[in-house]
Design a binder for this molecule. Structure first.
Ligand code: NAD
Length: 259
């Protein structure tokens, strides 16, 4: 992957940061992206560049805003001169019964997860076609394959990301550009820590009991998927041995979707 350029959206935290680290260790230059305090992001950027020796820049486009995903792609191409690997990973969660689900949260989840994936892909494909190579990975979820109650916006957006993945893969099938979705079960990141905290407060349960009886109840392995496991799958999809894998939605979920 030496000399390639990767953009991982939502890579200031959690799975995205793990993916960015793994791609940088393989020799790819990286555009870190996400929200957060500027000093902390600069620290992440400098540490990753120092550890790996690749070029690392950072961008803070808010993907809830119209045109921001396309601007992020254009800025990455301008700064690095190319963009070979796009990982649409940024995401948020909101949990509520459908009849109480605030429409503004619905709209923001659709835009950040599904809308930004479409806009980033739309912006990145012309350059990948010109250069004759590319890898697009949509970091979907097991919730792109199966549903859970109270997550209507998230489940709809994640199913949509898988539909987008298949369509783009078909359009690019005769090129050397692949498009796949990775579908993790629960990975212990700040996004999931927030859900554990809310469930603990709601049910007045200790956090460890929420993890065992609520969160991991759906995951047959009864353990969290590790960020490094997801990152290793993404690195494999970026390599040449994966060139015939396209349009796939690959579960990495401890057996969740096998039920
Ligand atoms: P996280 O909360 O640790 O990280 C989310 C990232 O997205 C952060 O970098 C954040 O800054 C960025 N982000 C959020 N809103 C943004 C916005 N409006 N504009 C730009 N960036 C924004 O979450 P995570 O658990 O690492 O999740 C990453 C992806 O993996 C998400 O798409 C999530 O749905 C998916 N996923 C997570 C799990 C899990 O169990 N953690 C399981 C399956 C899928």
């Amino acid at each position: 992957m030496k000399g390639k350029v990767a953009l991982v959206t939502g890579s200031t935290s959690g799975i995205g940061l793990g993916l960015a680290r793994a791609l940088a260790r393989e020799g790819a230059h990286v555009m870190l992206h996400g929200l957060g305090p500027a000093a902390e992001i600069e620290q992440l950027r400098a540490t990753l560049a120092g550890e790996t020796g690749v070029q690392v820049h950072a961008h803070d486009a808010d993907l809830g805003g119209v045109g921001e995903a396309a601007r992020l792609v254009a800025d990455t191409e301008r700064i690095f001169g190319r963009l070979d690997i796009l990982v649409n990973n940024a995401g948020i969660q909101f949990v509520s019964p459908v009849e109480d689900f605030p429409p503004e949260h619905w709209a923001r989840i659709q835009e950040i997860i599904l809308g930004s994936s479409f806009h980033a892909i739309r912006a990145v494909v012309p350059g990948m076609r010109r250069r004759g190579w590319g890898r697009i990975i949509n970091l979907a979820s097991v919730h792109g394959l199966v549903a859970s109650p109270f997550k209507s916006a998230y489940v709809a957006a994640k199913h949509g990301q898988i539909g987008l993945t298949k369509t783009v893969a078909l359009e690019l099938a005769e090129t050397a550009i692949t498009c796949n979705a990775i579908c993790p079960g629960y990975v212990r990141t700040p996004l999931v820590e927030g859900q554990i905290e809310r469930q603990a407060q709601l049910h007045r349960l200790p956090r460890e009991q929420v993890i065992r009886d609520v969160i991991l109840a759906a995951q047959p392995s009864r353990r969290f998927v590790e960020v490094e496991e997801v990152a290793a799958l993404a690195v494999f999809l970026c390599g040449e041995p994966a060139r015939s894998i396209t349009g796939a939605a690959i579960a990495i979920d401890g057996g969740w979707s096998a039920r």
